[in-house]
Design a protein around this ligand. Structure first.
Ligand code: ATP
Length: 477
């Protein structure tokens, strides 16, 4: 039986779902609509130019594979990109189309129940009674630019979406753009970077960055002074509104209500809204459903803890900006030790530099160790698998790539087994996680490694010497 385009796409989605993360699937595949199938060419509709480019850059292989699986070797895919005027532009997937200023369709009509035009007393929308203190545009910290934001796997989606928004505020499908993630991972920095870039590209646009705490206090003051409408009017005049830490609105019904109206008005007028939160929208308890559902209109992009390479790059960039240099092993030591918070990473670097200059001490790994200990002493630091691998590789003078490779050379197998053994002994990671870090091995291999190392320690004195030596080196962290 001949399959229609809907069935073909549904079958493809089943395969894609198994091959990408749930978050990626929801963000990049759920919004796609299949629209036709002709001569083994399946056309799928995507919401924007940026969306198309992202699919091409990150998912073209899986798309090609699944389409060929469904339609045979001649199977091909075409994109149809939704345009502002609801027309579509169909492109074969191998063709890159130049970036344009075309806008994606806004498909969510909203109502605006408060008539603000009634208030004729407002002449200058940015200097209004009760809100005089708000100085639009000056809240952006020039250090928090895109140039100073190191890109890594941990932040690629949020950064790219932020960049697309800065190039075309209000005109991409990412409205609102919600950036979320744990403490000190760069949400505020990225939000400022977008604002700064918008101001550079479009000097006439009004950009406002405000913390949700400040927004709430301004609102309370406005209500107290009978300036509720002024408050709303002020916010409705902004072209790019950035609100930091929206989880702070949780449980504050009145603030959420006023924000809801402002949001609707801005969105309907094609203005850009950028929000940050410390968790995914669904996890924010005490937030009204109607607001949560609006957050889903755009894109929610998360920031993860940075990988080792990104941590090193962040430290190097900081040093470069400060015109300072640190020994490579000290930089690596900090990057290996502080893994979950960029603010702490920077803090450790600064305190090492301060100590060295105040006490006229040389910057050595010992000084770094003391300072890092002070920095993270309350968190019962756990040695990381990455660090164990580094120490083992340094000890046997071997590259980490070799340790993680598939090679069965005796000395490599032994180093790999030792790294697995220490990871099991000194971290809380599961056997499966350890295996994954050691070149994609399974849990049984890790278990076998631990037994082998134990046996060799019992029978081989020289080997036991290695292990004791290594243990000291790793524990020194
Ligand atoms: N990718 C990055 N590149 C360079 N610096 C970064 C990066 N990510 C974070 N930082 C720096 O880390 C520090 C903390 O970042 P920021 O204040 O933006 O985090 P946050 O996620 O908003 O934290 P909080 O949850 O506490 O509000 C800042 O100094 C910022 O410049």
């Amino acid at each position: 039986m001949k399959k229609d385009f809907t069935t073909i796409w549904e079958n493809s989605l089943q395969i894609i779902k198994d091959n990408v993360s749930l978050q990626s699937y929801k963000t990049w595949f759920e919004p796609i609509t299949p629209i036709k199938l002709k001569d083994k060419v399946l056309t799928i509709q995507v919401p924007s130019q940026f969306f198309y480019e992202w699919l091409e850059e990150h998912y073209v292989n899986i798309l090609k594979k699944t389409i060929k699986k469904e339609l045979g070797p001649e199977g091909r895919l075409e994109y149809s990109i939704v345009m502002e005027n609801n027309q579509s532009n169909t492109k074969p997937y191998t063709v890159k189309i130049p970036a344009t200023n075309r806008q994606a369709t806004k498909n969510n009509p909203v109502t605006m129940p408060i008539d603000l035009n009634k208030d004729k007393s407002i002449r200058n929308p940015f200097i209004i009674p009760g809100l005089k203190k708000i100085n639009v545009d000056s809240q952006l910290n020039p250090n928090y630019s895109f140039k100073n934001f190191v890109e890594g796997d941990c932040n690629r989606l949020a950064r790219s979406a932020g960049f697309a928004v800065a190039k075309n505020p209000g005109g991409t499908a990412f409205n609102p753009l919600l950036i979320y993630g744990g403490v000190g991972l760069g949400k505020t920095h990225l939000a400022h970077a977008i604002g700064i870039d918008v101001k550079n590209r479009f000097p006439n646009k009004t950009v406002l960055y405000v913390s949700s705490e400040k927004f709430t206090h301004q609102f309370i003051d406005a209500v107290r002074n009978n300036e509720h409408n002024d408050f709303i009017h002020f916010y409705q005049m902004i072209d790019v509104l950035i609100i930091d830490d929206v989880q702070f609105f949780a449980g504050k019904a009145k603030t959420q209500d006023v924000f809801f109206h402002i949001f609707n008005h801005l969105h309907q007028s094609g203005k850009q809204i950028i929000l940050t939160a410390d968790k995914a929208p669904v996890e924010i308890i005490g937030m009204e459903q109607r607001l949560l559902s609006r957050f889903k209109w755009g894109l929610a992009a998360d920031l993860q803890a940075p990988e080792l390479e990104t941590r090193i790059a962040i430290l190097e960039m900081k040093m470069y900006n400060e015109g300072l240099e640190l020994p490579k092993d000290v930089v690596e030591y900090i990057a290996y030790s502080i893994t979950t918070n960029v603010r702490e990473l920077e803090g450790a670097l600064i305190s090492i530099l301060a100590q060295a200059s105040l006490n006229k001490k040389a910057i050595t790994i010992d000084l770094a160790r003391q300072m890092v200990d002070k920095f993270v002493k309350n968190t019962a630091r756990e040695v990381s698998i990455d660090y164990i691998q580094k120490v083992v590789c340094d000890y046997f003078d071997m590259g980490i790539d070799t340790l993680k490779s598939k090679t069965r050379k005796r000395e490599v197998v032994q180093a790999r087994q030792i790294a697995m053994y220490f990871s099991k002994q000194m971290t809380k990671s599961s056997l499966a996680t350890i295996g994954m870090h050691c070149g994609g091995k399974d849990h049984a291999t890790v278990l076998h490694a631990c037994k082998t190392v134990n046996n060799l320690m019992d029978t081989d004195k020289r080997f036991r010497g290695y292990i004791e030596d290594l243990k000291k080196k790793i524990s020194l962290q």
